[in-house]
Design a protein around this ligand. Structure first.
Ligand code: DNO
Length: 362
């Protein structure tokens, strides 16, 4: 397991590379050019500037999250080919700085959605929260307005220029079914995977967050069957999944440890975090510790150890603790604590792996 840490770039993140370097076992940053709109080719000079910064701290740039996909590709519009060509050229450039994995998502309009970015918890910390009934009843335009009221930080993947065209986008997706969306993904992968193979970069689709349809939009990466179907669209090790325990875990019927075993050779990248799901479907992003949420983080890490996982892993959203002012979910402290917990589970799982397997065999 290769530990990495998401970083939004200089001037765009409260966490510094020096701090990241001091977290035990972190070897690289998970990065992106957040100022390049979806669909555009990434400029080489900006990529090289990242490389220079990362080199100064001895951190690698092997994981990108995300090269976002233009909505015309998800909608299957004739204009998609120009955006796919840009994507291919971006892949070639990323290979030149050593990128090995690209995490991306195929969610229409929105990336991840929450109704409260700083919900107060019993211990006085805050965390991201999703009130399901609110999403079921809220107008999406209203949600975006609420989120935009937080002037300092936007949610990653929520590109302001795209969200400004919200009504138009909703109209465009009105008749797009899940089958259509999967076909559009298939078209994209058929063109992209051969290029990814050539440049030795694994594509890793991120699950939908939350893993069910919201605002009537189609969603196709919600559970085990969806992932199995996507991996078959182009049956190559370069067509993989970012197995995100928090996104999938907000539907308690998803058994993530079972998915780790089933998709073992198709997981270039793992996001590992916990959520507490309530009986009415609401959920809050708790600390990484197994007993703090409803996701079996311990069982998941054991499963990664069992499959001999050599891919990249990162802690995912943390709470905001010790009065840290940071991007929602992306502070230093709770994610660093999360990493130490994951290492603890991993080291212990590795040491006891053989004896656990012997017990199973008996
Ligand atoms: C949430 C993240 C997602 C993820 C994108 C991948 O924190 O895991 O925003 O980066 O969905 O494209």
């Amino acid at each position: 397991m290769k530990m990495v840490f998401r970083w939004y770039g200089e001037g765009n993140d409260t966490v510094t590379l020096k701090q990241i370097k001091q977290i035990p076992g972190v070897e690289g940053i998970v990065w992106a050019l957040h100022d390049v709109p979806a669909g555009e080719e990434w400029p080489l000079d900006k990529i090289m500037a990242y490389k220079q910064l990362a080199d100064e701290y001895g951190l690698h740039l092997e994981v990108v999250e995300s090269v976002n996909i233009h909505d015309d590709i998800k909608l299957g519009l004739p204009t998609r080919d120009q955006y796919i060509d840009n994507y291919k050229r971006t892949i070639a450039k990323l290979a030149s700085v050593g990128v090995k994995t690209i995490c991306y998502n195929f969610m229409p309009v929105f990336d991840w959605v929450r109704t409260d970015l700083f919900k107060e918890m019993e211990d006085g910390s805050t965390a991201m929260f999703m009130e399901k009934a609110k999403i079921d009843n809220m107008d999406p335009i209203e949600l975006v307005r609420k989120i935009a009221e937080n002037p300092d930080y936007s949610m990653p993947g929520w590109e302001p220029e795209r969200l400004a065209r919200l009504s138009e986008l909703f109209e465009a997706y009105r008749d797009v079914t899940e089958t259509d969306l999967r076909n559009h993904l298939s078209y994209f992968l058929e063109q992209i995977i051969p290029v990814a193979e050539r440049y030795d970069i694994k594509m890793a689709i991120h699950p939908d967050d939350p893993p069910y349809s919201i605002f009537g939009l189609p969603r196709i990466v919600k559970n085990r069957d969806d992932i199995a179907a996507i991996l078959k669209l182009v049956d190559s090790p370069y067509n993989g999944v970012t197995l995100c325990s928090g996104s999938l875990g907000s539907n308690p019927s998803n058994d993530i440890a079972a998915m780790v075993r089933q998709f073992a050779d198709r997981i270039p990248f793992a996001h590992i975090r916990n959520v507490h799901v309530y009986s009415n479907g609401d959920f809050i992003e708790t600390s990484h510790r197994t007993t703090d949420g409803t996701v079996d983080i311990c069982g998941i890490v054991q499963a990664y150890s069992e499959i001999g996982f050599t891919g990249y892993a990162r802690p995912d959203h943390g709470r905001h603790i010790w009065d840290e002012q940071c991007r929602p979910g992306y502070g230093l402290y709770d994610r660093a604590l999360g990493i130490m917990y994951l290492w603890g589970l991993w080291d212990s799982a590795e040491r006891t792996k053989d004896s656990r397997q012997e017990v199973k065999a008996e």
